[in-house]
Design a protein around this ligand. Structure first.
Ligand code: PGA
Length: 245
């Protein structure tokens, strides 16, 4: 199975010119036949970037109509977008996204053959209070509520484990702790569906990934890939991550 490396550019860069420059540099340097690469830029740059698979950073669950500021599945499909990040902790934190809303977004994406990159992860407080298992279980069971085994098997739904305390802090989660979380997530998925589906599911780690720590996760973290934020904004650094795999 190929390793999946997803770049989450978040609300960067500031201009289309910079976005194209970054994208072209990555496209040129990021050749590794062992990896699949997906770039998730802000919506406004999606139509401008060609030559690598693209993902969106959000989706709305309604079909169309009067929802100012939202982007629907049909609009993403029209641009041939293959992936969408759903439930990122920044959306949960700053925009109050709930597990129920995330569930609706996942269902809509699956319905339209857009692969969700479903983000989960506990906060520092939850981690310290030893509530990680409880939090992950709730995020997964509520996020995938009503999603059938068949729908998951027919999609490339990816789960991204991103402990909130590791995002953008430089404090990446240890490989051991990541491995434990991956086993826990697979167990939750196995209980919800079955063992085979849990074993086959792609799972990413995200949170302060850089070219120095990337290979360790693939080697010993039980992950099928990485979700990279800050380090994906520097073409050389991102290329080094890809080459480290
Ligand atoms: P980071 O972000 O790599 O900058 O920690 C990861 C993410 O938020 O997806």
């Amino acid at each position: 199975m190929k390793t999946l490396i997803v770049a989450n550019w978040k609300m960067n860069p500031q201009t289309a010119k910079e976005a194209k420059k970054l994208f072209d540099a990555v496209k040129k340097g990021a050749k590794n036949k062992n990896t699949d690469i997906v770039i998730c830029p802000p919506f406004v740059y999606l139509p401008l970037l060609k030559g690598l698979p693209l993902g969106a950073q959000n989706i709305f669950w309604e079909e169309k109509g009067a929802f100012t500021g939202e982007i629907c599945a049909a609009q993403l499909k029209d641009l041939k977008i293959k992936y969408v990040i759903i439930g990122h902790s920044e959306r949960r934190k700053y925009f109050g996204e709930t597990n129920e809303q995330i569930n609706k977004k996942i269902k809509k994406a699956l319905d339209r053959d857009i692969n969700p990159i479903f983000c989960i992860g506990e906060t520092l407080e939850e981690n310290r209070a030893e509530k990680k298992s409880e939090v992950l279980e709730r995020q997964i069971t509520e996020g995938l509520h009503g999603v059938s085994k068949f729908e998951i098997q027919n999609s490339k739904l990816v789960i991204a484990y991103e402990p909130v305390w590791a995002i953008g802090t430089g404090q990446n989660c240890s490989v051991d702790e990541t491995l434990k979380s991956m086993l826990l997530i697979r167990k939750i998925i196995s209980n919800m569906y079955n063992r085979e589906l849990a074993d086959d599911m792609k799972m990413l780690y995200g949170g302060s990934v850089n070219s120095k720590n990337s290979a360790e996760y693939i080697k010993g973290g039980g992950v099928s890939g990485l979700l990279v934020g800050g380090a994906s904004l520097d073409a050389q650094e991102f290329i080094s991550i890809i080459k480290s795999i």
